[in-house]
Design a protein around this ligand. Structure first.
Ligand SMILES: Nc1ncnc2c1ncn2[C@@H]1O[C@H](COP(=O)(O)OP(=O)(O)OP(=O)(O)O)[C@@H](O)[C@H]1O
Ligand SMILES: [Mg+2]
Length: 200
């Protein structure tokens, strides 16, 4: 099967626009893209932010790295090529959520700067990169899933921070000190940015 888009594929316009959906929802669509090492606190923080937004009557959807590996990306592994494809797919899905007027939260290590920047290019100004800036030694001491121990033993190839690189964002919209700050302070920091930008 060819991977090229057929020239017979024509864009179909719709009557209901993103702006109309956003008006119905009472807020704008956006992507909160949480990135950081394994154990940095992406899932924990994204989930806590989603809970807060839900209480504020904001329509949200959280896409978590581990969960998409069961379905949308079940055919991918952790090689560099497959990590790139994983993030590309999630970026496209996140873009659809933005068009639906939803605040989508994504929790992926997303170690490569170029891949995150591609998603930023797809989504545009509604892309908010949230760098969960927890040092490697803190992540490793947390070792929530026991993966660092396995990676150090050589049982997990391409493990980010150990045997595969993590490229930190150069100018993220939000940098949270998820290694030292209180969780609720981090939640507030994220919500403040959404409000300051007039998105919610
Ligand atoms: N300010 C904070 N924000 C987020 N998590 C925190 C914070 N302070 C402490 N933690 C703890 O750090 C751990 C982070 O684990 P979590 O599973 O959220 O990481 P992750 O970045 O999603 O990792 P992975 O990439 O492996 O899924 C949790 O045990 C959480 O309770
Ligand atoms: Mg996680």
């Amino acid at each position: 099967m060819s991977k090229q888009k057929s020239s017979d594929v024509v864009w179909q316009e719709t009557h209901v626009s993103q702006a109309m959906r956003e008006q119905l929802n009472g807020h704008q669509g956006a992507v909160l893209w949480f990135t950081g090492l394994s154990g940095a606190g992406k899932s924990t923080l994204a989930s806590a932010v989603e809970q807060r937004l839900y209480e504020m009557q904001v329509r949200t959807f959280l896409i978590d790295g581990d969960n998409v590996r069961h379905g949308l990306c079940a055919d991918l592994n952790f090689s560099d090529d497959d990590r790139v494809e994983n993030i590309r797919r999630v970026g496209e899905v996140a873009s659809l959520f933005v068009q639906a007027g939803v605040v989508v939260l994504t929790a992926f290590i997303s170690p490569f700067r170029a891949d995150r920047d591609k998603v930023r290019a797809i989504v545009g100004e509604r892309f908010i990169e949230v760098f969960c800036d927890t040092p490697l030694d803190v992540c490793e001491s947390r070792d929530v899933k026991g993966l660092y121990q396995k990676a150090r033993a050589g049982d997990i190839p391409h493990f980010t921070g150990i045997s595969s690189p993590y490229e930190p964002p150069e100018s993220p919209e939000i940098r949270v000190q998820t290694g030292s700050d209180d969780l609720q302070d981090c939640v507030q920091q994220v919500v403040d940015v959404l409000q300051a930008r007039g998105l919610i």
